[in-house]
Ligand binder design. Structure first.
Ligand SMILES: [Zn+2]
Ligand SMILES: [Zn+2]
Ligand SMILES: [Zn+2]
Length: 220
């Protein structure tokens, strides 16, 4: 499987990013509420990608909540959406966007994770309670241990090394190890993917997971 392959969370199809986008627009544009189809990619590693829908009359805060849950949240850092110098208010409606807009999302202004959002197209979906519906996501990337080449399970935050289970045992300070996560925030701050409930399992049907139950960290 090529690294950037992923899965459709409606029917399970496996394909690359562009093929999945075309597949969604062809097969999963239904009737119901008018939504934007968004693509999200890691700004520095576009092998991390998502496609999701959000009602056009929802606010930016709905997308913020979702990106925090699936990719970003560690300790309640600040976040922002912007196009060039224009920063959006979190309460602003997504209806101010246009097809083709490219938006920068930043989470944490210390060790920042940057995500590029593209407004792909308008799409309809069956009405649902959750504002955001995940439609597709990249399969977990193959990350190698920097010491021996075996599949990595964690990152040594102090040394910027990715480590397999064996090599991790030889590290003294295990408080500085962070698990491998399917996120562009892997290895940053205290990010452990605690709120990411969207793991693809080909052996199960693909119900939309409910929002993770959690106590939000205080935002500062
Ligand atoms: Zn599908
Ligand atoms: Zn943090
Ligand atoms: Zn190793």
């Amino acid at each position: 499987m090529a690294v950037s392959n992923g899965n459709c969370f409606i029917c399970g199809k496996t394909a690359g990013k562009t093929a999945i986008k075309n597949h969604i627009l062809k097969e999963h544009d239904g009737d119901g509420e008018d939504c934007w189809l968004f693509k999200a990619e890691g700004a520095y590693n576009k092998d991390y990608w998502l496609f999701f829908t959000v009602p056009i009359n929802a606010a930016f805060s709905a997308v913020d909540d979702f990106l925090r849950d699936i990719w970003c949240e560690c300790c309640g850092h600040l976040s922002a959406f912007s196009i060039g110098r224009n920063e959006f208010d979190m309460s602003e409606k997504l209806s101010s966007l246009c097809e083709g807009d490219v938006i920068l999302y930043e989470y944490d202004f210390g060790s920042t994770t940057e995500i590029i959002l593209t407004v792909v197209d308008e799409i309809s979906r069956t009405k649902q309670r959750e504002k955001v519906r995940l439609l597709a996501r990249n399969a977990p990337l193959r990350i190698e241990c920097d010491r021996c080449g075996a599949p990595a399970v964690c990152a040594d935050v102090m040394k910027y090394d990715n480590l397999c289970a064996e090599c991790a045992k030889k590290v003294d300070d295990d408080g500085m190890l962070l698990p491998v996560t399917n996120s562009p925030r892997f290895g940053e701050c205290d990010y452990e993917g605690n709120y990411d409930i969207w793991t693809f399992d080909p052996d199960k049907p693909f119900p939309q997971p409910q929002k993770p139950t959690r106590t939000l960290p205080k935002r500062y």
